[in-house]
Design a protein around this ligand. Sequence first.
Ligand code: ZN
Length: 147
Amino acid sequence: MNTSENLPVPITEDCHIFLVLLNFTMAPGRRPPKAPAEPPADLGRLLRCCLRCRLMKTHSQFYESGCENCPFFNMVNDKDRVNDCTTSNFSGMISVLDPEGSWAAKWSSLGKFAPGCYALSVVDDLPEDIQGILQDNNINYRPPSEL
Ligand SMILES: [Zn+2]
C-alpha cells in the first residue's frame, strides 16, 4: 500500500520515513486524520516553532512549505513572515503520530493538528498584526503571556 496517495503535501524522503513510522505505530486499519507535517530537517539550533500551533521545523522548511496547520500565515517565500510567526524560544518536544487518539496530544492541546513534531511550551506571543490574521479567520488565540 502506498501511504503517500491522497496526501496534499509533497512527500520528501524524510517524510516518507516518518510515514512508515506512522503506519507502524497506528492501529491496523486506522489512518491518520490529516496528512503529517514535514518532520524537522535539523534538531539543532536551526529549529524554530510556529507561535500558534507549536509545530517544529527549521526556518528553511517554514520558508519553503509554511506551516501545515496555519496556511493563512502565508510564510512561503516570506522570510520576514517566518520570523514573525515562528520562534526559537521554546522548550520541550513531543512527536505526535495520532493527534485525535493520543491523550498526550489532547493534554498538550494538539488534538486537532497534523501529526508532527511540536514544542511543549512557547513563551513568545504572536505580534499583534499577526494576531489580526487569526481574528480574520475566526481562530481563537490566547497569547502565552495571558495564560
Ligand atoms: Zn502553525
